[in-house]
Design a protein around this ligand. Structure first.
Ligand code: AMP
Length: 214
């Protein structure tokens, strides 16, 4: 089975993608994770993509498509995969479809995790992270025992640049402009399934399993 996860940044599609990957034993392919790993390792690719990511902008299609096609060409993806964060533009979707069609293959489902912008802003700007151990909290939903302090290591929690209001708004603008058109693209292909992403994590997962089958 070949699946695409669609949804705005912060909609929870990454969490669901990992749960689906575990459930069906398929590789979880996240272009964001691949880019972050390259930045951490200081590779040429990492250097190239960092400034786009820091500004909440998309990495150019040509570069992203190459990385993605390399990854899904690997042995472990031959029986299926779940894509998280790709495609993010119509040209990316077209290249993927073409590459699969050449192999006589196609995407089976595009799962759209739908969450309104106001909800996403509340989720992301309320996040707090520990700069030492990486633990994450939410000022309302997962508060630390002592306000502003990490439960694990006692360090002061921070609001990540990524989660600042201005950056979140910028990423939502980019999403509406460049990624949202994919909803119609997959709708026309008859493989779009939209689910309510504001429900509890486990309920969202159950809804997805009902679509994909056991
Ligand atoms: P994510 O972890 O999926 O939210 O991705 C983090 C960042 O990586 C995005 O804000 C983009 O800068 C970049 N990125 C990830 N996937 C793509 C993609 N398919 N196309 C362009 N840029 C991407």
């Amino acid at each position: 089975m070949k699946i695409i996860m669609l949804g705005a940044p912060g909609a929870g599609k990454g969490t669901q993608a990992k749960m689906i990957a575990d459930q069906y034993g398929m590789p979880h392919v996240s272009t964001g994770d691949i880019f972050r790993a390259n930045i951490k390792e200081g590779t040429e690719l990492g250097k190239e993509v960092k400034s786009y990511m820091d500004q909440g902008l998309l990495v150019p299609d040509e570069l992203t498509v190459k990385i993605l096609l390399d990854r899904v060409g690997k042995e472990d993806c031959q029986n299926g995969f779940i894509l998280d964060g790709f495609p993010r533009t119509i040209p990316q979707a077209e290249v993927l479809d073409k590459a699969l069609a050449e192999l006589g293959d196609a995407i089976d489902y595009a799962i759209n995790v739908d969450v309104p912008d106001e909800h996403i802003i509340g989720r992301m700007t309320g996040r707090r992270a520990c700069p030492t151990c990486g633990a994450t909290y939410h000022i309302v939903h997962i508060p630390p025992r002592q306000e502003g302090i990490c439960d694990g290591c006692g360090k002061e929690l921070v609001l990540r640049d990524d989660d600042k209001l201005e950056t979140v708004k910028k990423r939502l603008d980019v999403y509406h402009e460049q990624t949202q058109p994919l909803i119609e693209y997959y709708q026309e292909k008859g493989i779009l399934r939209t689910i309510n992403g504001t429900a509890a994590m486990q309920d969202v997962f159950t809804e997805i399993i009902n679509i994909l089958g056991k």
